[in-house]
Design a protein around this ligand. Structure first.
Ligand code: FAD
Length: 409
């Protein structure tokens, strides 16, 4: 092990300053590790930022992790939508299911928060942490292992020696490619359209999802009682058709597809289109390299849990390396990193396949499958115990959770 500490520029270098990378850097910085965070994008003044219409459904476990990062207290009430109930129903037939957080003695099932608001809060927190150095418009160019360290070189000639490099640079991760870790991607040949809308009726803090023949359509309640985030998954042709509609045509089609549950659509923001895929890296770790968030896995947005899984990765990896670091051991050793991979890879894989099965079940047009689907929704709806088990898992209240997700660290 390299003994001279001055040879090390940082204990950990994090590549990617999205929600996952920034949360991870905050958790390490608070525990006293010296961190360098690189992001390829330009740090922008808040008011000049392009409008980002992505909105996240945040579980209770993620709320705890964001509290631990210190960013939660920076979120303003006007930005936090919450949902207490969830209503899911099928376009074909009468099957439906309702969840209510009161059934498990919780006042909230989860939160709906704009992605950019969370990133801004995390970046404000990072600016105040003396132990984390953030570098913008910087992208990695090579990795080189040397003795008990790894060197990360950047495209503009910077060079950092560290114990561990962490990829949090999203699904097209350059760092993952530099580390030669294969990413198995399956393209659903589907797209999602996202925007926020103002509706005539109040959402009453209920998250709603309707399974249409072409795919699911979700309305997620935002802080304003008339505003919802919409995620509509469908065939690429249908999504392109929706994207091309003018506002009034789009509002009519959307209200109709949603069975006018929230009345007329009064206003909407810019529509953004995302291709849909699922993916999993063959390995989450390599000598002195670890992957977290979308660089490690990608999941269908049907259940709105991609970032929630990523936050659990960030908290688990932080927990795994902080212990050895505080005992004076090398946090980048493969034996240490294996604990992280064992904890997260199987859980994420199971969740990806569970959501995949639900997607196929709800998109099937076969009559027998439709009958089973409708019967299944009603059957589960009438079984409070089963419903509560599903609810607790969806809220991130059970499972192998890192301490930070339980409100401790
Ligand atoms: C339509 C849709 C709806 C979704 N809804 C939800 C939801 O409700 N709830 C939920 O939990 N998840 C949701 N997700 C998933 C969620 O968006 C992702 O899981 C999450 O954004 C992953 O975060 P990340 O930080 O890993 O990656 P990203 O958000 O992609 O961030 C990557 C960061 O790395 C930087 N970067 C990229 N390349 C480089 C490079 N070469 N060098 C340095 N930096 C680089 C980028 O600038 C960026 O800051 C949704 C996804 C989609 C497509």
């Amino acid at each position: 092990m390299t003994t001279a500490d001055d040879k090390i520029d940082a204990d950990v270098v994090v590549v990617g300053g999205g929600v996952i990378g920034s949360s991870f850097a905050c958790l390490l910085g608070q525990a006293g590790l010296k961190v360098i965070l690189l992001d390829a994008s330009m740090r922008q003044v808040k008011s000049l930022k392009k409008i980002d219409t992505r909105v996240f459904a945040i579980t209770m476990a993620s709320e705890q992790i964001l509290k631990k990062t210190g960013s939660w207290k920076r979120l303003q009430k006007k930005d936090i939508g919450r949902f207490r109930k969830m209503h899911v129903w099928d376009e074909n037939g009468l099957g439906e299911i309702n969840f209510d957080s009161a059934s498990i003695c919780q006042s909230t099932m989860g939160y709906i928060i704009p992605h950019q608001v969370i990133v801004d809060a995390l970046q404000e927190e990072l600016l105040e942490l003396g132990s984390v150095r953030c570098l913008w418009s910087v992208s990695p160019a090579y990795l080189k292992e040397e003795a008990d360290t790894i060197i990360l070189g950047t495209e503009d000639g910077l060079r950092f020696r560290t114990r561990l490099v962490v990829a949090a640079d999203g699904h097209n991760s350059k760092l993952r490619n530099l580390a030669n870790i294969h990413y198995q991607k399956y393209d659903y040949m589907r797209s999602a359209l996202g925007c926020t809308v103002f509706t005539k009726l109040e959402h009453r803090e209920i998250a709603r999802q309707r399974f249409l023949n072409n795919g699911p359509l979700a309305f997620l309640p935002m802080a304003d009682s008339h505003q919802s985030a919409v995620v509509w998954s469908s065939s690429p042709e249908h999504i392109q058709h929706l994207k091309g509609l003018n506002k009034s045509e789009f509002h009519l089609e959307l209200a109709e597809a949603f069975a006018h549950k929230l009345g007329d659509i009064k206003e909407s923001t810019e529509k953004v289109v995302f291709p849909l895929s699922r993916a999993q890296a063959d390995s989450y770790i390599k000598s002195r390299v670890a992957l977290i968030g979308d660089s490690a896995h990608m999941i269908h947005p049907l259940a709105g849990i991609g970032a929630n899984l990523g936050l659990l990765d960030a908290a688990s990896l932080a927990e795994t390396i902080i212990g050895p670091y505080q005992r004076g051991r090398d946090p980048g050793r493969l034996q240490v990193l294996r604990r992280y991979e064992r904890r997260r890879k199987g859980t994420n894989r199971n969740m990806i396949y569970l959501i995949d099965s639900l997607k196929h079940l709800f998109e099937s047009q076969h009559q027998p499958v439709r009958c089973v689907r409708n019967f299944g929704l009603d059957a589960v709806d009438s079984l409070p115990f089963v419903k509560n088990v599903i609810l607790k898992r969806a809220m991130g209240l059970v499972g192998d959770l890192p301490e930070a997700a339980r409100g401790k660290f």
